[in-house]
Design a protein around this ligand. Structure first.
Ligand SMILES: Cc1cc2nc3c(=O)[nH]c(=O)nc-3n(C[C@H](O)[C@H](O)[C@H](O)COP(=O)(O)OP(=O)(O)OC[C@H]3O[C@@H](n4cnc5c(N)ncnc54)[C@H](O)[C@@H]3O)c2cc1C
Length: 503
């Protein structure tokens, strides 16, 4: 593990500083990509590297939304837990999808070298912590990830987790030595620079307002120019809007907010010594140390776009709840972005009709999954690689419109509430076990001194027998492999009900 850093001083709109070029003349290309976030730029880079002529049309600027405001943690896997994936598509296909997600992560590692992206500050290792005491479940998860999914992972006992994260909020952990983090903002701009270098043309301030995808050569309309292409790749996330409104409506938008604290000095080392990314298994908190003694922390979510500054006090409070020893922390910068969640939790990757592609719905884990999607789509267009069809079981499902947003909000509140309640119960049980241990030890000592045997504990009449203290579960600290998390979906038969005419 090495120390991490991030470009906290660039500001969330760092992408606006460079002079932007707008499409003001008609153009013919092989591939037109709509959207210059992680998803669109990865397709553009891969396709340009394979020799296609590529134009990226971006309504605002590179990294304008989530892609320019993320924490840069790269882990394998999807938002949907492995068990749910196996239940849905079977063991073998899950293994293939998992392997693809690892390829996505490794392709980011290949791009994110200091040579290709100066200042990218790649550092190794991520820790996923549980806020309930489920050591036994952890063992089977470690075995599955390690043996069945060839992912390197280590199980961390409670004591080891708490040596690195000094809080009673977390219990066991899964350490992914091959996961890593980069400066998230620099990565998306670095990706744009690599795509340009490979020959892709990126036009900003160029919203796509209409698409006609019916012919062999498809037409794309922007306010100031028209473009013709053999393939269109829709990578607009929740903001796609008019060109394919029904596609946008298959995503539940969730705004996630993050902040970086002012330097915390030596007190930070008294609370956290782990230098990689930390996420909890409920997907609520996500943090890491940056610039040596600052904390970067993502947590609050809303299903509507709110003023991000409003969340500074909430993030400061959340940090204090988990690490009270830090006391009051000053927040230096807050930012946020909207991620698109699908109903089934898997990303949207695939061909909607001949030459019309989608790469979207990456939710909270868009780094590895968008990188994987970009490679799959570019290779399918140019090499005929059909592996994107593994995502076909995850179809386009309407996310429920404004009712879906309200439901999403309530589910979010409920999820956080039940996670907090489960955490409180786990901590209460842990304290009760500790107290019982002390009491038993005192009793044993008194009996030893009196030369008597300890009486057998009997439950008082009419009351349930007290729970015996559980021996801590031993978690093997053996290397297995990494993985897990996030969204997806796709789709695909060319015939689909989902045709441009119908959207
Ligand atoms: C606070 C936060 C922290 C996160 N941390 C992590 C993390 O550590 N690791 C991780 O893996 N993921 C993380 N994520 C999730 C990740 O950022 C997203 O999954 C990912 O950025 C989605 O990328 P995208 O390209 O699909 O979407 P976007 O970033 O939204 O890009 C889509 C682009 O398309 C453009 N567009 C839309 N419609 C049109 C149109 N009609 N014409 C032209 N342009 C259009 C938009 O302007 C936008 O720039 C985080 C997200 C947030 C908000």
């Amino acid at each position: 593990m090495t120390e991490t850093s991030t470009s906290t001083t660039n500001g969330p709109d760092a992408g606006t500083i460079r002079e932007r070029s707008r499409l003001s003349f008609d153009l013919d290309v092989d591939i037109c990509v709509v959207g210059a976030g992680l998803a669109g730029l990865t397709v553009a880079l891969e396709a340009a590297r394979l020799g296609a002529s590529v134009a990226v049309l971006e309504g605002r600027h590179v990294g304008w939304n989530a892609s320019g405001h993320q924490l840069g943690t790269v882990m394998p896997g999807y938002g949907l837990p492995i068990g749910d994936l196996i239940a849905r598509i079977g063991f073998e296909d899950t293994r293939e999808l998992w392997a693809l997600s690892k390829e996505g992560a490794e392709s980011i590692r290949a791009n994110a070298s200091e040579q290709l992206m100066p200042g990218i500050a790649l550092s190794e290792g991520a820790l996923e912590v549980s806020n309930v005491d489920v050591g036994d479940q952890l063992i089977s998860r470690l075995q599955m990830l390690g043996e069945d999914f060839e992912t390197e992972v280590e199980g961390w006992q409670v004591d080891r987790v708490r040596d690195h994260l000094k809080t009673d909020r977390y219990f066991h952990g899964v350490y992914y030595p091959k996961a890593f983090q980069v400066d998230g903002r620099k990565y998306v701009h670095g990706l744009a620079a690599l795509a340009r270098r490979a020959g892709a043309r990126i036009f900003e301030d160029t919203p796509v307002v209409n698409i006609d995808s019916s012919g062999i050569r498809k037409r794309i309309v922007t306010p100031s120019a028209r473009l013709r292409a053999s393939h269109i790749v829709l990578a607009g996330n929740i903001h796609l809007g008019a060109p394919l409104r029904r596609l946008s409506e298959t995503l539940l938008p969730v705004w996630r907010y993050a902040a970086v604290t002012a330097p915390l000095g030596e007190r930070l080392a008294g609370a956290i010594t782990f230098q990689g990314s930390v996420t909890d298994t409920d997907g609520i908190d996500h943090f890491r140390i940056v610039d040596g003694d600052r904390l970067m922390w993502a947590s609050p979510e809303t299903t509507w776009d709110a003023r991000r500054e409003r969340f500074a006090p909430a993030i400061a409070r959340r940090i204090r709840t988990i690490f009270p020893q830090l006391g009051r922390v000053e927040i230096s910068e807050v930012w946020g972005g909207a991620v698109g969640h699908t109903v089934h939790g898997m990303p949207q990757i695939g061909q909607l009709r001949r030459g019309l592609w989608v790469t979207s719905g990456f939710g909270r884990q868009g780094m590895n999954t968008s990188a994987m999607a970009g490679r799959l789509i570019a290779r399918s267009i140019l090499w005929g690689d059909e592996r994107w069809r593994l995502f076909s079981p995850f179809e386009l499902v309407w996310a429920g419109g404004s009712t879906g947003r309200v439901a999403g909000h309530l589910i979010g509140i409920w999820g956080r509430g039940s996670s907090a309640a489960a955490g409180a119960l786990a901590r209460y049980r842990e304290r009760a076990r500790a107290k019982e241990g002390v009491r038993d030890a005192r009793l044993a000592e008194a009996n030893r001194q009196a030369g008597t045997r300890p009486p057998r504990p009997r439950p008082p009449p009419g009351r349930p027998r007290p729970e015996r203290p559980r021996a801590p579960v031993a978690v093997p600290a053996v290397a297995v492999p990494p993985g897990e998390r996030e969204p997806g979906m796709v789709h695909s038969q060319e015939s689909e009900k989902f045709t441009p005419g119908s959207v």
